[in-house]
Design a protein around this ligand. Structure first.
Ligand code: AMP
Length: 249
């Protein structure tokens, strides 16, 4: 069984986000970039399936600038076998990402795509759904538990009313939720070994897909500052304030 894991290079989750002074986006220059946390979970799940003998090959794919090679090397150090960088310096929208991944799926013929439920930079939560529609493959999003047997993937997903279990025929697309697993850290020997694993680079323009954006960012702004709280001496004082502010009768 072959698994494809798309991984996105995003601003590290621990870096404080700063909006550019002209409001055109957020600052990325000279800041730490890392693999999208939901994609780390996807890589971990794929590696566990290989360790369990269910999967035989894991291919990591990233669409982005040359620096996304670092993200792919991390995926290789975590246990992926090969990596593909679809190189572009343009900001690529979710539908275009899905179209490029569709081409890679047609070339690589994976049995399963495991990917993050959303990228923490744009919070789109669109690519998995679009990819499954483009390929005509079944999808299970927000997986919190995952098992594979006899050509079927069984996925438990958290929904508003509780847990939903879906059985999918393969090939299929599955997106990962936070509770699926805890990703491993790549050990130093594995980081060294990852340097020698194959990493193919393909120019994004070579797929004949229109990469130009269809959305224009009008402005980016910080959320309003929260007013500081205050400590009150008693419940009676709180009720007085709530009454004065008209919040209770
Ligand atoms: P999104 O729909 O943009 O929130 O992203 C959902 C998932 O799609 C991510 O967790 C990644 O697995 C994948 N993805 C999005 N953008 C890229 C990219 N540039 N390269 C590789 N995978 C991506």
């Amino acid at each position: 069984m072959k698994i494809l894991v798309p991984v996105k290079r995003v601003l590290d989750a621990n870096v404080a986000v700063r909006v550019k002074t002209d409001g055109s986006g957020v600052e990325l220059a000279n800041l730490k970039m890392s693999m999208n946390p939901f994609d780390e979970i996807a890589v971990e799940e794929a590696v566990r399936l290989r360790e369990a003998g269910t999967a035989s090959e894991i291919v990591a794919v990233s669409i982005g600038p040359a620096q996304a090679q670092d993200t792919l090397r991390t995926a290789l150090a975590m246990g992926c076998d090969t990596a593909i960088l679809i190189k572009t310096d343009e900001a690529i929208e979710p539908l275009t990402v899905a179209r490029l991944l569709q081409k890679i799926c047609e070339q690589q013929a994976p049995d399963l795509v495991i990917m993050g439920k959303q990228a923490i930079d744009d919070d789109s939560n669109q690519v998995a759904q679009m990819l499954s529609a483009l390929l005509g493959w079944p999808q299970a999003t927000f997986a919190s538990k995952f098992t594979l047997s006899d050509g079927t993937a069984s996925v438990i997903r958290e929904v508003d009313g509780g847990l939903e279990t879906l059985d999918l025929d393969l090939p299929a697309v599955v997106s990962t939720d936070l509770r699926l697993n805890t990703p491993r850290y790549a050990s130093l020997p594995n980081v060294m070994k990852a340097r020698k694993k194959p990493l193919e680079e393909i120019d994004a323009t070579s797929f004949g897909i229109d990469l130009s954006p269809t959305l224009r960012i009008v402005s980016t702004a910080r959320p309003p500052e929260r007013k500081p709280g205050s400590q009150l001496g008693s419940v009676a004082e709180l009720i007085d304030i709530l009454k004065t502010e008209g919040r209770v009768q």
